[in-house]
Design a protein around this ligand. Structure first.
Ligand code: URA
Length: 427
């Protein structure tokens, strides 16, 4: 294999063959292709893109650089959800036990927050004792025993992606649809899934700032997953305002309220919509209406909450231990008006600035920090009406209050609220 020749082909916009790409990734995983050649290849992909066939090969090779889970003795559909991340996106927490309560197996490998969007593992770690470092054997045993798990990746899962992602991070080569597709799917497909649903968000609080960008990523991920034998669909969803609460312990509390049937909000609407995709894909129901009923029943009956309790206990967590939330401050509207826009990303950064997230990987997180978005785009508000509950220290609040005020704009004219679910993309 001649890495320089492959890089030159990509740079000149020529198709790289299946065999060449496979050799490049295998060589990289084996330490035979140096970082500088891989970085040059990634940069060539940024400018030239990839054909779907190339993205399929890249994904397959990165998946197969590590262990791919097998489930020969499991008589349940093996499913998962991936979200491209957003402010207050805690859907994995209620959805995973709901799916398990509906009879599905969910071996969810999740990530940490870096940048303005929070990470599922960080949220779960606000539950005292909760382990997110299960081995593959522990993960598989837990899925067989109770039907669901949410844990971190291991060194055995898609090691070529771990190397390449770290390299992309420092060479400005993250934002490429084929590279993102291969990176996300190599890890998800290593779970040995049958069905996958993707929540591809667009807006001020996520990676993809326009619907067109979100659609391009969704089409790519659905196409590649389908070509690699996993039935996939995607929902393009709104992330122009936070999805309820934002922060670690507070998002766990909101998830518990959802599982106890104590809230009625966008978070539950979206959770049920994503669950519906999986129940239909796995042919556990004949219609969307049946799926919605089954998922709602899993909450109403208490079965989903019971699964959550089992999952937490199996991973060493103690739900009865207190999860402190910091002191409440209330951000109020400074005039009458209509909520026009909110810079959701700025709200995510404010949580980080107050200590509720990381600026660098080594930072400690204060799980008690957070905020609650109390209004919606399009709502009419009066002067002094609370817009945000902010949970932090007095000095933290003083530091972020100007940014929070700046992040929310009020209009004198009516504003059309954005649609929560914009589009569905299927394979
Ligand atoms: N998350 C990943 O795991 N990989 C990417 O490339 C982007 C986001």
């Amino acid at each position: 294999m001649n890495a320089a020749k492959i890089i030159k082909k990509k740079k000149e916009g020529e198709r790289v063959s299946d065999a060449e790409l496979a050799a490049l990734i295998r060589g990289y995983a084996a330490g035979e292709v140096p970082d500088y050649q891989m970085a040059a290849f990634a940069m060539a992909v940024i400018f030239r893109g990839m054909h779907l066939d190339e993205t399929v090969t890249l994904t397959r090779e990165m998946r197969d650089s590590g262990k791919v889970m097998q489930w020969p003795d499991l008589d349940k559909p093996i499913v998962d959800k991936h979200s491209c991340g957003g402010i207050g996106d805690k859907i994995s927490l209620p959805l995973t036990p709901m799916l398990a309560a509906c009879g599905m197996a969910v071996p969810m490998i999740s990530g940490r927050g870096l940048g303005p969007t929070g990470g599922t593992l960080d949220k779960l770690e606000s539950i005292s004792g909760f382990r997110t470092d299960l081995s593959i054997e522990e993960l598989q045993k837990q899925v067989r025993d109770i039907g669901c798990v949410i844990t971190g990746t291991t060194h055995e899962i898609a090691p070529a992606d771990r190397e390449l992602y770290a390299l992309r991070d420092i060479t400005s080569t993250v934002t490429s649809v084929p590279l993102i597709t291969a990176s996300i799917l190599s890890k998800k497909l290593a779970e040995g899934l049958e069905d996958l649903v993707l929540d591809v968000k667009w807006g001020s609080g996520t990676f993809m700032k326009t619907i067109a960008e979100a659609e391009e990523l969704a089409e790519s991920m659905v196409g590649v997953a389908s070509r690699l034998g996993v039935k996939a669909s995607a929902l393009i969803t709104d992330m122009n305002q936070p999805l309820g609460s934002v922060g670690n312990a507070i998002e766990v509390e909101e998830s518990i309220d959802i599982l106890k049937n104590e809230v009625d909000a966008d978070t539950i609407t979206l959770t049920i919509a994503l669950g519906t995709e999986l129940l239909l894909a796995a042919k556990m129901v004949d219609s969307s209406d049946q799926a919605v009923t089954m998922l709602a029943d899993s909450i109403r009956s208490g079965a989903a909450y019971e699964k959550f309790e089992q999952m937490v206990a199996a991973q060493g967590g103690d739900l009865s231990a207190p999860r402190p939330i910091s002191k409440l401050h209330v951000l109020k509207a400074n005039r009458d008006g209509v909520i026009a826009t909110v810079d959701a990303e700025a709200l995510g950064w404010a949580v980080i600035d107050m200590g509720g997230g990381r600026k660098v990987l080594e930072d400690e997180i204060n799980h008690a920090i957070g905020l609650e978005w109390l209004v919606k785009i399009g709502d009419t508000v009066e002067r002094n009406q609370p817009l945000l509950h902010v949970y932090c220290t007095d000095s933290g609040y003083a530091k972020v209050k100007p940014d929070l005020m700046k992040a929310i704009t009020l209009s004198d004219d009516p504003v059309e609220p954005p649609s929560l679910i914009v589009k569905r993309i299927s394979g």
